[in-house]
Unconditional design. Structure first.
Length: 538
């Protein structure tokens, strides 16, 4: 295949590149002359337009419009000559072409356009027949594969048939479709940068990625997907690659219909399950279709701003997963074995907030909340020294609730049953650095009233306010209680529906919307509400 650069270096062409150097790696399907005022209507994508200076528009607006339209319609470049030997291109044309990366070639007046056309066509003809024979074999094999319900590695199969590497790449993610192979994050980023550059138009081109040259062709359709094949291997001709683009266009549409529909359906299935609308067997059947049918599982909690990159890493690493969005972030259900084995390929380190492994799908909500606790506690807001040290914070959500229950449970129960204000009084007293005057003034109570309240705190908790160890326990428990109250908690279900099996057995729904017996719950209520077991009522 002939590129713009190769044509310029062809001695008999007498051509030199004037502007649009970024497009010199575009390859040329054919070179044709057209003197019409709208040549893009008469040429096809991949062709080089050849004209004389007199055929170009005289006004600057018309010149700019010509370059823009040629690039938009996939014309690979414009070659022009002038009988006086001057540049046939105006400053406006050069500036527009440079911006778009659209090659402008000045051809010597003595060089017949037929010389350029012959050079391009000869190079194309030498590869056309061999390439078409290979593609014919590919079409035959593909037609036989249509009987299969899934063709997840079609790119690998076609690469093996042609003897060259062919990849179908998403511009948005840089990921390769229909292949078993994976690439590292650096290559993904280079692909994304290259394939999302809008100024290059939709024309085929040659591009360098990670130190290797590739031929890159757009696959027509609703999705931004490209066909890539290394330029340093024996390649088939461009027409044959266009046949492959047509073949893959069908598979790409099928892939997105199945993938997006399957992903949405699985998310809906999980929500319906947690809402009690389907049973465990139906949920597991749906999980099995996504490669998540067998435990153990794990839940990773990521913030909404980081979820796209993390899900991209999981997709590229081939780790089965289902994302479920809640108010505070995204809970991602993953295959624990695959995730632990391939966390490096997924760009995931040990620092990711995650749950322990679990073997029962009924434990998903509990696992999601544990992962959310880990992320919330790790946020910068709760790492400031004046709030709480990580060394004092329980590592798990269960540990946090147990700590608060053990230290403050009696106070919460007393306040609820006597309509008192012991928890708030204690918290305010500690916030005032144990100053009786400041605390009583801020609470608008007499100092003796405050002394009585804090005396009741000592009686109920068994912790003295003049003992440093007891003070640390009370302080940490109060801080963790506030963290739990502020933390967005994953909730999954349909309009808060409870599980049907709970309703049939007459079990009371656990506070905070837990949908399964034995799962930890978040108790909604006033400020001193405790995030603890169902036995603690507010």
């Amino acid at each position: 295949m002939t590129t713009i650069r190769e044509l310029v270096h062809f001695p008999d062409a007498g051509a030199r590149l004037i502007a649009g150097g970024r497009g010199e790696t575009r390859f040329i399907d054919a070179a044709n002359v057209c003197a019409e005022t709208d040549p893009w209507r008469w040429l096809s994508s991949g062709e080089l337009l050849m004209v004389t200076r007199d055929a170009l528009p005289a006004d600057s607006r018309g010149q700019q419009f010509l370059i823009q339209q040629l690039d938009r319609h996939g014309i690979v470049g414009l070659a022009a000559s002038d009988p006086r030997g001057n540049s046939p291109f105006s400053e406006v044309m050069c500036r527009t072409a440079e911006h778009l990366g659209f090659p402008l070639l000045q051809v010597n007046w003595e060089t017949p356009f037929s010389t350029l056309a012959a050079f391009v066509s000869k190079d194309a003809a030498e590869q056309a027949q061999a390439g078409l024979n290979k593609v014919a074999d590919v079409y035959e094999a593909y037609s036989k594969s249509l009987s299969r319900t899934a063709r997840p590695f079609l790119s690998d199969e076609i690469s093996s048939m042609l003897g060259i590497r062919v990849e179908v790449v998403e511009a948005e993610t840089g990921c390769s479709l229909f292949t078993r192979s994976t690439v590292d994050s650096g290559v993904l980023n280079e692909r994304r940068r290259l394939l999302n550059i809008g100024s290059t138009g939709s024309a085929d081109r040659r591009a360098a990625i990670a130190g290797r040259d590739y031929y890159v062709l757009p696959i027509k359709g609703r999705h931004h997907v490209w066909l890539m094949t290394p330029a340093d291997q024996e390649v088939v001709d461009r027409r044959s690659l266009l046949h492959l683009c047509t073949l893959f266009a069908v598979e790409v549409e099928r892939y997105y219909v199945e993938h997006n529909g399957d992903s949405s359906a699985l998310t809906e299935t999980m929500v319906r399950y947690f809402g009690g609308l389907i049973d465990v067997e139906q949920a597991l059947n749906s999980l099995a279709r996504r490669g998540l049918g067998q435990p153990p599982w794990r839940v990773i909690d990521v913030g909404a701003e980081a979820s796209s990159d993390f899900l991209l890493c999981l997709k590229q690493a081939g780790i089965p997963h289902i994302p479920l969005t809640y108010a505070g972030g995204v809970s991602v259900l993953v295959d624990a074995v695959r995730f632990d084995e391939d966390r490096g390929a997924a760009g995931a380190g040990q620092e990711l907030p995650q749950s322990d492994k679990f073997w029962s799908i009924e434990s998903f909500t509990d696992a999601a909340r544990s992962a959310a606790w880990a992320r919330h506690l790790a946020s910068e807001q709760y790492q400031r020294p004046n709030l709480i040290g990580r060394a004092l914070a329980p590592a798990t959500l269960t540990g946090a609730r147990e700590l608060v229950e053990t230290v403050l449970g009696a106070l919460v129960e007393y306040d609820a049953s006597h309509r008192s204000d012991l928890v708030r009084s204690l918290e305010y007293f500690l916030a005032c650095n144990r100053s009786w005057e400041s605390a009583s003034t801020g609470l608008h109570v007499h100092r003796q009233t405050l002394r009585y309240r804090l005396g009741r705190v000592t009686e109920l908790t068994g912790r003295r306010l003049d003992n440093m160890d007891d003070l640390v326990e009370l302080h940490v428990a109060l801080k963790i209680q506030r963290i739990l109250e502020a933390m967005p908690v994953p909730m999954f279900g349909v309009n808060g529906a409870r599980r049907d099996d709970e309703a049939r057995q007459g079990r009371p729904r656990t506070p905070g919307g837990s949908m399964h017996s034995g799962l930890e719950a978040t108790v909604a209520g006033p400020k001193q509400t405790l995030f603890a077991s169902p036995a603690v009522q507010s």
